[in-house]
Write a protein that binds this ligand. Structure first.
Ligand SMILES: [Zn+2]
Length: 273
């Protein structure tokens, strides 16, 4: 899926009293992506992850921005396109709207699924709407455009509800694709330990190994003898520091071994705090 945080660079979008649309929607889109990717079922690609417009190196103009934005989205490819905005109006206005190009397509179905979740946010529900906007029309995939709040009259709400809105939008997308989205973004840990030290098991290595372990927050110290196969538990650590002896094939290993235990002790002393 393609996420398109609206505006950017020279184009701030709508401007509130303390924030700009371009920044709010970038933050929102990133939050949604984190939630969706944590399910392991979605991969999000962005038209922009930084504060940029799509006209550089020439001066910003909205037509070129939209054209290049859509070109970028189409070349990234994806099963659906999501553009994120804050609304603004001359008069006071409130609420969320989700746009699709027209009734009857998959874009409308996605818009309805997102709207159903956003309607529960405690903001005004303005429903699903249809518009012939450039990014909806010219993207070569189902496309929706989400207006999260009116920055001219409910900027504080937009900011306060950003986390909830991110979850609601992610869950709406999940509903459409029949993926359960819990909002739990804790990475499933493949490792049971953050750090571990593997020491050569002869006595002279134990002092530097212990010193390294203290530096790493008192992590576990494993021993091996004669540079042979280490205890299998070393592979449960996310990061393994080897004090004495050669590599063990851990995917994230740091070797602090010198030629002798004295060299090793010197290497350990030289590293870290
Ligand atoms: Zn906008």
């Amino acid at each position: 899926m393609i996420f398109d945080p609206g505006h950017g660079g020279a184009d701030p979008g709508a401007v509130g009293s303390t924030t700009k649309e371009k920044d709010n929607v970038l933050a929102l889109a990133k939050k949604i992506a984190v939630i969706l990717e944590a399910t392991g079922r979605f991969r999000v690609k962005f038209t922009r992850t930084t504060d940029k417009d799509f006209c550089a190196p020439i001066a910003f103009n909205v037509d070129l921005d939209l054209k290049n934005r859509v070109k970028a989205a189409n070349s990234l490819g994806g099963d659906a396109f999501y553009s994120f905005h804050n609304n603004s109006a001359a008069a006071k206005a409130y609420g969320n709207e989700v746009y699709a190009l027209a009734a009857g397509g998959e874009g409308e179905k996605i818009a309805k699924a997102i709207r159903a979740r956003m309607a529960l946010l405690g903001m005004t529900d303005r429903g699903v709407k249809y518009a012939n906007w450039y990014v909806l029309k010219w993207t070569e995939m189902p496309a929706v455009l989400i207006e999260h709040g009116f920055i001219n009259s409910e900027e504080a709400t937009i900011l306060e509800k950003m986390d909830q809105a991110a979850l609601a939008i992610a869950q709406g997308i999940g509903d459409h694709f029949e993926v359960s989205v819990s909002g739990n973004t804790q990475k499933k840990r493949g490792y049971e330990m953050k750090e571990a030290v593997l020491a050569h098991g002869i006595e002279d290595y134990l002092v530097p190994a212990r010193r390294e372990s203290i530096k790493l927050g008192n992590c576990a110290v494993f021993l091996r003898f004669d540079d042979k196969t280490p205890p299998p538990d070393v592979f449960k650590a996310e990061h393994l520091v080897i004090v004495g002896g050669g590599p063990v094939g851990h995917p994230n290993e740091t070797i602090l071994s010198g030629k002798t235990w004295g060299d090793t002790a010197a290497v350990v002393s030289a590293t870290g705090a």
